[in-house]
Design a protein around this ligand. Structure first.
Ligand code: 6AU
Length: 267
């Protein structure tokens, strides 16, 4: 595991250009916060991104929950990503056969590959989904694109455990050029054999909230501090930040908690 190395070191060593960029951004902004901006109008989304952009490294979208998605949505997000220097992660959770997913990724009205640096997927249908997304990335002319595999899920009763989680990691390792890491609640070191020293999969942890334990639909939370102690690299937080009375104060609080915990664990 690389969790004891600094992000600066990991930025230097990583083979994936997008992962290098992400680690360098984290060092520069002293933040490992991924804002889950689950708002439902373009105005609200862009307003939040503009106000909180300085404190985050990645803005995570669910582009299909917007009631007024249009070309200005993407133009606005792209402009803010440059203005505040953050990456865009579309939380699409692709799950179908490769042929279908490839069309969902590059085409349709959303044209996700055009604007999202990162997308995530589930390996329920086997490795073909990764092959298909990787093909789109490699054939395209945009260099900074990466994938995250959903190795675990945060909701109560999740079936993404045990051998499924292990299979997710095994599949990630088949595509190290495009799979930059996974979404998991912890480091998963029991599934990652450390023989291979050049590997550095980035751990994104969701279900992060300082003041709540969960919601009525089975979401389960941990704090930034416990997530980082468990081996997470980047903290994904939604309602804990955007639904707070003062989202700017909240994002600063999550940033400080995440960064302090990161500092405390590096060598
Ligand atoms: O902080 P919240 O609970 O308001 O939002 C959590 C965000 C939501 C979920 O769709 C997403 O994280 N998520 C994911 C992701 C990121 O893939 C996986 C998971 O297991 N649980 C989860 O909540 O946008």
């Amino acid at each position: 595991s690389k969790s004891r190395l600094s992000f600066a070191k990991r930025a230097e060593q990583h083979r994936n250009p997008l992962a290098r960029h992400l680690f360098a951004l984290a060092e520069k902004k002293q933040s490992n916060v991924v804002l889950s901006a689950d708002l439902t109008t373009t105005n609200d989304l862009l307003d939040l991104a503009d106000r909180l952009g300085p404190y985050i490294v990645v803005l995570k979208t669910h582009i299909d929950i917007l009631s007024d998605f249009n070309d200005d949505t993407i133009a606005g997000l792209t402009e803010l990503s440059k203005k505040h220097d953050f990456l865009i992660f579309e939380d699409r959770k692709f799950v179908d056969i490769g042929n279908t997913v490839q069309k969902q990724y590059k085409g349709g009205v959303l044209r996700i590959h055009d604007w999202a640096h990162i997308v995530n997927l589930s390996v329920l249908a086997g490795p073909g989904i990764v092959h298909a997304l990787e093909e789109t990335i490699k054939n395209g002319d945009i260099s900074e694109r990466g994938l995250l595999i959903l190795a675990e899920m945060t909701s109560k009763g999740s079936l993404a455990t045990g051998s499924y989680t292990k299979a997710s990691i095994d599949i990630a390792r088949m595509y190290p050029e495009t799979v930059m890491g996974w979404v998991a609640t912890r480091e998963l070191s029991q599934f990652v054999d450390s023989k291979t020293d050049d590997e550095d999969f980035v751990v994104f942890t969701t279900g992060v909230n300082i003041s709540s334990q969960g919601d009525t639909f089975g979401q389960q939370y941990q704090t930034p501090t416990t997530a980082m102690a468990g081996g997470s690299d980047f903290l994904i937080a939604g309602r804990g930040i955007y639904a707070a009375a003062d989202p700017v104060a909240a994002v600063q609080e999550y940033r400080k908690a995440g960064w302090d915990a990161y500092k405390a664990r590096i060598e």
